[in-house]
Ligand binder design. Structure first.
Ligand code: FDA
Length: 305
């Protein structure tokens, strides 16, 4: 099932047709408050009131030409201004291919630097999403170059990849900000753990190791997962070494385990909700369906008016 949806996420024929269907548009609303930046930020109110921070990402990946990246970068500058204008505790999360990584690494870096400089001036922060494995090395290199000039920046790393332990060691001298996720793409056995238990075990080991190794350093760790049992296991393991909950954050997607997001915030965890918006939601939504078969039932129920 997971592989079928991940295949559908990449299929251009489906990508052109499925998003036009009314039931698909109704179903995606569960994870996305709307297609505009304003709708995303309107959804932040109840979260902010409960002490939950927000992150914003405009959906879209793999540009047809580098020129489109200028518009995307300008959009993120406007998002940062709007976060400040609304007084939100907000950050942005961007995909490197949305800023032109398929076309020109230096130009992508220049866009990231501009966005990060602006984030720094408004008191925000920029996260770089991690895409499929073909982009991992380029993305890590981009982050190394970005971080050298702009510290208010972080990178997403995927626990299903066998290389991630080495990538964390490689980034450690930078005192990095890492958002650790399990990984959302269809990757081959040669480079990725495909068994959920192994991914979970690797996630646990990577998070605990990073917190222990970075205990006296200004690192930042975001646990980008809805796996609450795993989050609590990590918290318990590091607590035995005197590392408290204030040393990491929990990041979840809008509309997923919302009750748990509020509960964790009430229990003293730093929680952030990533709110996605935009017209190009199709591949992203397919990846959400791939993660959980129950979402497919929900999508089918949306066939009803
Ligand atoms: P897991 O799949 O084990 O799910 C644990 C529980 O969470 C499930 O039992 C269910 O209750 C709930 N759940 C999980 N997914 C759900 C869904 N789609 N719908 C409803 N319930 C669900 N990936 C990537 O490759 N690159 C990236 O840059 C990012 N960025 C990112 C940011 C943030 C803030 C989050 C939370 C996630 C990402 N991801 C990502 C996605 C990530 O790799 C992963 O695919 C999903 O988070 C699903 O895995 P979980 O860690 O939630 O665990």
């Amino acid at each position: 099932m997971r592989r079928v949806f991940l295949w559908a996420a990449r299929n251009t024929w489906l990508k052109e047709r499925l998003p036009r269907l009314g039931f698909m548009q109704r179903a995606v609303r569960r994870f996305m408050p709307g297609e505009t930046m304003a709708s995303a930020m309107d959804a932040a109110g109840p979260l902010q009131a409960a002490g939950i921070a927000t992150m914003y990402t405009r959906l879209g990946e793999n540009l047809a030409s580098l020129a489109e990246a200028d518009e995307v970068a300008a959009h993120y500058l406007a998002v940062l201004d709007e976060i400040a204008a609304r007084g939100l505790t907000g950050e942005v999360s961007v995909k490197p291919t949305q800023l032109g990584l398929d076309h020109d690494e230096d130009a992508t870096l220049a866009h990231l630097v501009r966005i990060a400089e602006h984030a720094s001036s408004t008191g925000a922060y920029v996260w770089i999403d991690m895409e499929g494995s073909a982009y991992v090395e380029h993305t890590i290199r981009l982050y190394e170059r970005l971080r050298a000039v702009q510290p208010r920046t972080g990178i997403c790393l995927q626990a299903y990849l066998k290389r991630t332990a080495d990538d964390i060691s490689r980034l450690m001298p930078l005192d990095p900000a890492i958002r650790l996720v399990k990984g959302a793409y269809d990757e081959p056995e040669a480079i990725a753990y495909r068994d959920k238990r192994r991914v979970d075990a690797n996630y646990l080991g990577l998070a605990v190791r990073f917190l222990l190794d970075g205990r006296d350093r200004p690192i930042r760790l975001g646990l980008g997962t809805h796996d609450v049992a795993l989050i609590e296991q990590i918290a318990a393991q590091v607590a035995t070494s005197g590392i408290g909950r204030d040393r990491f954050e929990v990041a979840m997607l809008y509309g997923i385990r919302a009750g748990e997001q509020f509960r964790l915030a009430r229990e003293g965890y730093a929680v952030a909700t990533l709110i996605a918006y935009g017209e190009h939601w199709y591949p992203w939504y397919m990846r959400r369906l791939a993660e959980r078969p129950a979402n497919v039932t929900f999508a089918i129920r949306s066939l009803l008016p």
